[in-house]
Design a protein around this ligand. Structure first.
Ligand SMILES: Cc1cc2nc3c(=O)[nH]c(=O)nc-3n(C[C@H](O)[C@H](O)[C@H](O)COP(=O)(O)OP(=O)(O)OC[C@H]3O[C@@H](n4cnc5c(N)ncnc54)[C@H](O)[C@@H]3O)c2cc1C
Length: 311
């Protein structure tokens, strides 16, 4: 008979690996299932994560997996969870290869899909010279010719943010935008150029942005471009398990959790980008660790009556 796992961690990015480590050290029987598409793999290096700064994302995931090997109660499966339902012993998870797993708790650490603008030429630049977070990529772009592409208020915010990394910043509004006198004053003081023509393409050379191309064919030389990239669920698993999602500033469907990382279904937890307000590796790692500590307490509550805060 196949075992009933105490927890299934779905996704082994920063959040899932960190959770699995805490669960393993707490001697919980844990299965980690991962499809291997962590969102920052598009970038050559990580920015701003202590211990991994300016190192390739693959190093972080390989190190996480190797540290987990020390804990015999943690097992890995490479694959995708394609379905889930609740049953007598817990949750039944179906993997794409046909395997089924039963677990008393589920931690959703499935990350999010980032949706940058659909511009010809953006694909090969995403995660390097086209980026969504100046804290992650700004250092590599320091003192270069930069632009911020966004709409409305966000464009002003993004352009002024970028000024922290370069003196040469253009704000691209991608079409006519009304700017009030205060916004115009701030942009002028910060010496940010404003360009309101439609952007239709990004031109590059050897994987590096060279120009932003406008609808009239004109080109603006730029080395780096900050864009908006709203997040959306990349897995329907949460929905299948009945957890509620809510719109946040960054996503229309982030999984809704309480301060203890519990979803609307009290034995399904979520951590990392899947429910985040702040998509960063350090945040995902911290959330995974916190969620795991709560999961351990919820299991000990069921098994030994450990007092556990009600939902
Ligand atoms: C291009 C880019 C660069 C970035 N650079 C930085 C940076 O330099 N510094 C920084 O702090 N932040 C950076 N970020 C943000 C950071 O990568 C994320 O906040 C972080 O990876 C979120 O971790 P996570 O564990 O929640 O999700 P992820 O790292 O995305 O991991 C989720 C995992 O779950 C798996 N998965 C999803 N669904 C299923 C399923 N149904 N079954 C099995 N597995 C599944 C995925 O394949 C993936 O491996 C960057 C983001 C992007 C897009």
């Amino acid at each position: 008979m196949s075992p009933v796992w105490e927890c299934a961690v779905v996704g082994a990015g920063a959040a899932g690996l960190s959770a699995a480590l805490v669960l393993g050290r707490a001697r919980r029987h844990v299965v980690v299932i991962d499809a291997g598409h962590q969102s920052n793999r598009a970038s050559p290096t990580i920015g701003g994560l202590l211990g991994y700064d300016q190192r390739p994302p693959a190093d972080l995931y390989a190190q996480g997996r190797s540290e987990l090997a020390a804990y015999p109660s943690v097992e890995f499966r490479t694959g995708e969870v394609v379905g889930g339902s609740s049953g007598e012993d817990g949750y039944l998870l179906e993997l794409a290869d046909g395997e089924t797993l039963t677990a008393r708790r589920v931690l959703l650490a499935t990350g999010m899909k980032y949706n940058p603008p659909d511009l010809p030429g953006i694909g090969e630049l995403w995660g390097s010279s086209v980026f969504q977070c100046p804290f992650c990529h700004g250092w590599e772009m320091r003192d270069k010719r930069l632009a911020a592409l966004a709409s409305g208020e966000e464009a002003v915010h993004a352009a002024l943010m970028l000024r922290g990394w370069s003196d040469d910043v253009t704000m691209l509004t991608d079409g006519p935008t009304r700017l009030d006198s205060e916004q115009l004053r701030m942009l002028q003081v910060a010496k940010v150029e404003v360009e309101q023509r439609r952007v239709v393409q990004l031109a590059s050379d050897e994987g590096r942005l060279t120009h932003v191309v406008f609808a009239d064919g004109d080109r603006l030389e730029r080395d780096g471009l900050l864009v908006e990239a709203p997040l959306s669920q990349r897995s329907r698993l949460g929905e299948t398990l009945g957890v509620q999602s809510a719109a946040s500033q960054l996503s229309p469907n982030a999984v809704h959790v309480d301060k203890m990382h519990r979803s609307s279904v009290s034995t399904v937890f979520a951590a990392g980008d899947v429910c985040t307000k702040q998509p960063h590796l350090a945040d995902a790692m911290s959330a995974g660790s916190q969620a795991a500590m709560i999961i351990v307490q919820s299991l000990l509550s069921d098994d030994f009556g450990l007092p556990y805060p009600p939902a």
